[in-house]
Ligand binder design. Structure first.
Ligand code: ATP
Ligand code: MG
Length: 564
């Protein structure tokens, strides 16, 4: 078995089933697939499906196919094919890339073969051409308790059906004029078995198949046969397809497909709080400009998380932790936030940045001079070593670290109070300068040269330690502070999900950063001490402009709100 990070000991009903099938020698090996429709970017729910399909292949020395389920030319696009390919590769990189099929599969590559299977059904009297129109469908389909009515086309001979089907392919009919339906059971309590449509006419060019077709197979006909063509053993999908399974089985049982044939297994969708998890709604957010694009760092898309600075491993750990069940429930999004926080606490180097700057002048520090102080890169990882940070007469501290009239429990800076500047000296605030409106503009302080490195030789203690940057050396950066995109745990529960959009989901500030941060590249992540984890924005950072994204804060700020 490969190094299956955190996969050891993973156990659920699907994995049990895979083990049972292997023990019974039902399949020569495990072949799974991840089958997105290229009609949007991948989201966190897809990440769960990727972790499951690739994880099971990895644990069993199998393979996992990336297959585009591209049967609907109207909503699909190569932009999505490209983004999905990139996102899948990014998510499994260094973990399960060894089980990814070398080739990328497209259901549309099977159109000719699927057409042949449809012809076979027609010849066997198991499919027929139907002329019913959408306004008649409901009446003919019936309701679960009451059988449907037979379409007039149902009694046509195979020869006639075949001739019509060929003419459908040749483009002789308009969209919707005719369909091909499987002849199953108009009285079945499962409506999916009441002669489902398996082909429809769409005079539409296809992003992958080009203009060869005006006849397109439906999902239920395509999916099981694509699984069969690729030799899939376990076809894993979400619960809404459970009612489609009898149709999946019917198609494979009524055609001469190779054995052993694939079987479908369903699990419940990932449904995280404070998010919407459907491509249609995410597309709406993009099209109506509620976000800057599919990769907006507030979007629950894989591209959004990547740009925001999340690691693939944190997303995978979250998905594995949630587990695989048939239970429909909500997943607390703070589990994902904790996963990235926990990882970055161990791996991210510490740096200093001030996001709401207040100037401090150390009046007894020699003018025009500066010095380099030693700072620890990561207290959780000694190997990360140390760096030097410049210190001088003028500094910036966070405005929130000073109070003119501090309450008892406030241990940071106030008039006449002494605090430790992280890695530097003790300073005492001597006086406060204000503008004409009474706003504090500057603090005049003194430092104790004996306290270099943050300790007083006389053993004197201070209660507070604050961070700072040297004003002379600081670099400016645009810093984007993200918050959850929705204010409601279930944005869809109360009707229009747009109503619970969080108006404060992004705050932009100009930060003062320690100079080493100018060297950081997108993909590198740091902790801004006391503030959170940050990374340069891959899209908007330019040689003359630093832009940082907040990946996640140091603590869960929503936990406090929930307790109030
Ligand atoms: P959406 O509802 O967002 O449009 P979809 O199910 O139509 O998603 P597909 O591209 O058809 O998206 O899905 C590819 C695979 O990902 C399918 O096997 C599907 O079951 C799975 N999947 C989609 N959403 C989720 C989710 N929220 N949780 C787990 N798996 C999911
Ligand atoms: Mg879909």
């Amino acid at each position: 078995m490969n190094e299956a990070e955190g996969n050891e000991g993973l156990k659920d009903f699907i994995r049990d089933r895979v083990q049972a099938d292997l023990a019974a020698r039902k399949y020569p090996g495990v072949v799974t697939r991840f089958p997105p429709e290229p009609n949007g970017y991948l989201h966190l729910g897809h990440a769960k499906s990727i972790c499951l399909n690739f994880g099971i292949a990895l644990e069993n020395d199998g393979i996992c196919n990336l297959r585009f389920d591209d049967t609907n030319p109207v909503k699909e696009d190569t932009e999505y094919v490209d983004s999905i390919t990139e996102d899948v590769k990014w998510l499994i990189d260094g973990w399960a890339d060894s089980v990814l099929s070398e080739k990328t599969f497209f259901a549309s590559d099977y159109f000719e073969q699927l057409y042949g299977y449809a012809v076979q059904l027609i010849q066997d009297g198991k499919a027929y051409v139907c002329e019913l129109q959408p306004d008649e469908w409901e009446e003919y389909r019936g309701v679960p308790e009451k059988p449907g009515k037979e379409s007039p086309g149902r009694s046509r001979s195979p020869e006639e059906n075949l001739a019509l089907f060929e003419r459908m392919r040749a483009g002789e009919f308009a969209d919707g004029e005719k369909t091909l339906r499987a002849k199953i059971d108009m009285a079945s309590p499962n409506l999916h078995l009441r002669d489902p449509v398996i082909y429809r006419i769409r005079h539409e060019e296809h992003h992958h198949a080009g203009d060869q077709w005006c006849l397109y197979p439906m999902y239920d006909f395509t999916h099981c046969l694509s699984d069969s063509i690729e030799g899939i053993s376990h076809s894993i999908c979400t619960l809404e397809f459970e009612v489609h399974r009898p149709l999946y089985d019917w198609v494979l049982d009524n055609l001469p497909v190779p054995q052993p044939r694939p079987h479908q297994h369903e699990f419940s969708r990932l449904n995280p709080t404070y998010m919407v998890m459907s491509k249609r709604k995410l597309l709406q957010l993009v099209e109506e400009n509620h976000v800057s694009g599919w990769d907006d760092p507030r979007m629950p898309t894989i591209a959004g998380y990547r740009r925001r600075g999340f690691t693939a491993s944190a997303i995978r750990n979250f998905c594995q932790g949630v587990g695989v069940t048939k239970y429909k429930g909500l997943t607390d999004v703070s589990l994902l936030e904790n996963a990235i926080r926990e990882e970055l606490n161990k791996t991210a180097e510490r740096r200093c940045a001030v996001l709401d700057p207040l100037e401090v002048v150390i009046e007894n520090y020699p003018e025009g001079e500066s010095e380099e102080l030693e700072a620890v890169n990561n207290p959780e990882d000694e190997a990360a070593g140390k760096r030097s940070v410049p210190f001088g007469r003028r500094l910036f501290i966070e405005r929130a670290d000073f109070m003119e009239d501090p309450p008892k429990k406030f241990f940071r800076l106030g008039p006449g109070r002494e605090v430790r500047l992280r890695y530097a000296y003790f300073i005492t605030c001597q006086s406060v300068e204000k503008d004409a409106d009474g706003n504090i503009t500057r603090l005049i302080c003194t430092y104790d040269p004996e306290t270099r490195g943050g300790h007083a030789p006389d053993g004197r203690k201070v209660k507070g330690t604050i961070h700072w940057v040297s004003a002379e050396h600081a670099v400016d950066a645009e810093v984007r502070l993200y918050d959850r995109l929705f204010t409601e745990p279930e944005p869809e529960a109360a009707g229009d999900f747009l109503e619970s959009l969080n108006a404060d989901s992004m705050k932009v500030v100009t930060g003062k950063l320690e100079p080493s941060l100018a060297e950081l590249s997108p993909g590198e992540r740091v902790q801004f001490e006391r503030l959170g984890y940050f990374t340069p924005d891959a899209e908007d950072t330019a040689p003359d402009k630093l832009v940082f994204n907040r990946i996640v804060g140091l603590r869960d700020s929503w936990a406090k709100i929930a307790k109030k």
